[in-house]
Design a protein around this ligand. Structure first.
Ligand code: FAD
Length: 286
């Protein structure tokens, strides 16, 4: 006989937070990572060792809106919903189109991609270069944390058991006039897990670099970003001198430490990551 599981599905966020405060539950948004993580052999239902609590239907977690210059994205917006939303920046839509196939995009959520904290999570390099912050709520109140602090390691995030990630905040994303690039290298254009992910962000005044950011996915336990290396390019002019490009590449060569696994080799990953960076640094950005 199939084992009984306890499942909660409240109408409102407040009730959901109340239950999470009483009971250590497994949160299910789209379930596209959770179900794989707990899968059993064929024909046997997944075994999730805790009560489960569904959050994917909560209207409080499905809004996309501007507040001042900041774009707020509900954690439970599915990828398909985000692709249809005019406020979502084009580079983020480009990343989403590389994720899985439409059936998974109809279920998978941005909040789930963050909380799953896979080194190959496709939205993460972009969220890092956008300096994304996340809003977490519990019965005790709310807190805002940079995504780069929230994600601590492979599938490790700084979330208290009674907290829900409610919104992703992209600061000033629609007003900065930055040039933002996303690239994913995998076996296919979509429906393949990344061998390497890359996001680059650059804002110039005339030819002078005012802000520049890079993040690499799938080449370490979490996204690789270095504010110290980025700072070296501030005030330089575009096109960058070959020596400046070489210096940045040499610096990342030291800190990018990928691994061999079933999808790729460390050597391939590092070579491609540095090539993507070189390509981005050589672009005209106007
Ligand atoms: C066939 C297939 C292909 C895939 N391809 C890709 C791909 O190409 N690129 C890619 O990046 N990913 C891919 N994925 C992984 C997955 O679809 C994404 O990571 C997706 O964004 C997960 O979202 P979800 O809502 O389904 O998360 P869920 O599975 O519901 O949750 C994932 C984790 O996050 C927690 N969680 C979710 N939402 C919240 C929240 N709001 N607050 C607190 N905790 C939360 C859950 O408890 C769980 O630990 C694929 C998965 C499958 C099955």
């Amino acid at each position: 006989m199939a084992e009984k599981i306890i499942a909660y599905r409240f109408d409102r966020l407040e009730e959901t937070l109340g239950q999470l405060n009483k009971d250590n539950c497994a949160i299910i948004a789209g379930g596209t990572d959770v179900m794989v993580m707990h899968k059993s052999r064929r024909g046997v239902p997944p075994k999730i060792p805790k009560p489960i609590i569904f959050i994917d239907h909560l209207s409080e977690l499905k809004r996309v809106y501007l507040k001042g210059n900041n774009l707020h994205i509900g954690a439970c917006c599915t990828y398909s919903e985000l692709l249809d939303d005019a406020l979502i920046p084009i580079p983020l839509k480009k990343a989403i189109k590389t994720i899985a196939a439409p059936a998974i995009r109809n279920r998978g959520t941005l909040g789930g991609n963050i909380c799953n904290a896979s080194p190959a999570g496709d939205t993460l390099p972009l969220l890092y270069v956008y300096n994304a912050k996340i809003l977490l709520r519990s019965v005790n109140g709310e807190r805002i944390v940079p995504v780069s602090e929230f994600i601590q390691g492979v599938r490790r995030v700084q979330r208290e058991p009674n907290e829900i990630l409610t919104e992703i905040i992209l600061p000033s994303v629609l007003v900065e006039g930055a040039h933002v690039v996303f690239e994913k290298v995998g076996n296919r254009n979509a429906d393949a897990i990344a061998k390497v992910g890359f996001a680059g962000y650059i804002r110039t005044k005339g030819a002078v670099i005012e802000d520049v950011r890079f993040a690499f996915g799938a080449v370490g336990p979490t996204m690789v970003r270095s504010i110290d290396i980025e700072k070296k390019l501030l005030g330089k002019t575009i096109p960058l001198a070959d020596a400046d490009i070489a210096q940045v590449i040499a610096a990342f060569n030291k800190i990018i430490k990928p691994i061999d696994d079933q999808r790729s080799t460390a050597l391939y990953r590092k070579t491609v990551a540095l090539n993507l960076l070189r390509y981005f640094l050589s672009m005209k950005h106007n």
